[in-house]
Design a protein around this ligand. Sequence first.
Ligand SMILES: Cc1cc2nc3c(=O)[nH]c(=O)nc-3n(C[C@H](O)[C@H](O)[C@H](O)COP(=O)(O)OP(=O)(O)OC[C@H]3O[C@@H](n4cnc5c(N)ncnc54)[C@H](O)[C@@H]3O)c2cc1C
Length: 552
Amino acid sequence: MEDMVVPVLIAGGGPCGLMLANELGRRGIAALLVDQKPSTAFNPQANATQARTMEHFRRHGFADEIRALGLPPEFPTDIAYFTRYARHELARFSLPSARDAMARASSQSGSWSTPELPHRVSQKFVEQVLRRHAEAWPGIDIRYGWRLLDFAEQHDGVTCSVACVADGRQQKIRAQYLFAADGPRSFVRERLGFGYVGETGVIRDFMGGRMYALYLRCPDFYTAVPHPPAWMNVSFNAERRAFMAAVDGRGEFAFHTQLRPHENAEAMSAADAVSLFQAAVGLALPAEILSRGTWTAGHALVADHFQRGRILLGGDAVHLFTPAGGLGYNTAIEDAVNLGWKLAAVLTGKAAPALLESYEAERRPLAIRNTGYARGFADSLGLFAPAAEIEDDSPAGRAARQQAGDYFNLHARKEFNIPGVTFGGRYDNSPIIIPNGTPPGDAANSYTPSGCPGGRPPHLWLADGRSLYDRFGFDWTLLRLRSNLPEAEQLAAAMQARGLSLTICDLFSDEARASYGADAVLIRPDHIIAWRSGGNMAVVDIVARVSGERRV
Ligand SMILES: Cc1cc2nc3c(=O)[nH]c(=O)nc-3n(C[C@H](O)[C@H](O)[C@H](O)COP(=O)(O)OP(=O)(O)OC[C@H]3O[C@@H](n4cnc5c(N)ncnc54)[C@H](O)[C@@H]3O)c2cc1C
């Protein structure tokens, strides 16, 4: 096959690679994406799309499409805890259905002021939407069934070999940048020799050890089980613990149980797998196994580096989570969001290549923060062990269930009500953020909106019912909160002179000025505040700093 020249080669078509393809495609940057699988994921994988991820999907115009996927619109997204799914219910954290979430978002304020509340949908459905939208951009070429075999960096590019998995055909690709989103066993990370920091091999009573994942269909579940439906179903008894996400609300589930040290998944038959599920239900319901596999819970690992020269890495290739809190895929999406506009700016000559160094500087600390939060949630869930008598019909059994219920009612709110985790990530030490003021503290369950550069812009609902975010541009936004601001005029002129696409958004209101603590703010394409008025930096230096030209 003929050699191919392309600005960006993306290795890996999971959520991270697909999101980067969308970020680049929309900015007119051509990219080739290869993934060795035949298509997007068959297994459900991640099940929770956090609100911040939904905001980014809204920025691209496909949040509604994603919210329509997965569970039926009226299906509650409760998190519920049982001894076994058909026996005692221990605790429940009620959360809105997709339909109610859309209605409820517009009445939320404070920590949860957002146009997009979280959505519970399996990653397999999200990937299909990301792929369809990426493929619609003229410069984006997506090839499933192709593997990255080799790569070598030169001063002006990266030469890569890719091969068709079906017939072995090989092609040489000459790219200016290689983005490796090649997942937890990243070949690129290994070849670059990047190590990990963090924790691995943690053993817990649950969510710490070898896990067995079953994707299954059990159409009788909702008629046989005497409890209201829930999105996440956790079983808690001395014999077997499991968590199980509803995939379609009609009987498909993603079931995960921890194997005992003597259990060997490879030696288990499909019938054995069904009986593990039946044990968690507490009823011998017929079930069909659609797929099964193993994974390890107990990682909180972050790679030493996210970049070497023209090779950048993101997603599971550089951070491994235990999935408590549902943060792995969401962190992967935000890696791509962070890098997309930077790569586009460098490739179009609007920013210096040094801008790309801010990717690792910003995302690596975030990955350390997020893996830390996930580890805390996994400890809270997994170290609380069931009392032996929890299923007994006795005063001791009732007391054990009461105690477990009290515990899980608190735990569920800690793990699943996390505006601080999803909105509160900040890039305070970034080389391209211009500090101004004291950043708010970081807490999982509450988020303090702040106009302090380095974080998410405070969200506001406008008088006409629109979300402020819908008035931001796809690239840079200068938000003016007061009229007659010479500094803002000069900044806009300097940004435009540099060729940076800038939307000017005027919102002259006391409420907005109070939220932002300034008269004007500069908002990056990834919806992060880069600068706010009130400092003393010259406009020329502001533009140089935010575009990576030099550290001023
Ligand atoms: C049980 C479970 C539940 C989870 N729940 C959640 C959740 O609720 N929320 C959440 O945020 N996260 C969750 N996660 C984590 C989430 O699934 C991952 O973090 C996410 O898939 C990472 O996306 P990625 O694009 O980085 O990598 P991946 O999705 O792993 O994609 C990597 C891709 O690279 C391809 N590839 C690998 N090598 C090559 C090569 N040499 N050439 C070409 N292609 C290659 C692979 O085929 C793969 O498609 C969960 C994980 C598990 C195991």
